[in-house]
Design a protein around this ligand. Structure first.
Ligand SMILES: [Zn+2]
Length: 68
């Protein structure tokens, strides 16, 4: 099996690891029900996006519970 000829320096190792961190997921709050929502996505709780109902799969009772 091939082996590296020289050991990489700490600096080179650490430079490689600068990209190893996991970025925090971007989150916003729903303007209607204040639930945590991914940006540019319809709210999963009340089905609203930019003040307009877009998700018709959300049931009315769920919507009412979200408004409370
Ligand atoms: Zn909502």
């Amino acid at each position: 099996m091939a082996l590296p000829k020289r050991r990489h320096s700490k600096s080179r190792r650490d430079k490689r690891r600068t990209h190893d961190t996991v970025a925090q997921p971007a989150v916003t709050t729903c303007a209607k029900c204040q639930a945590t929502v991914a940006p540019h996505n319809a709210c999963g709780k009340c089905g609203y996006y930019k003040g307009r109902k877009v998700d018709h799969t959300v049931k009315e009772e769920q919507k009412k519970a979200a408004q409370r």
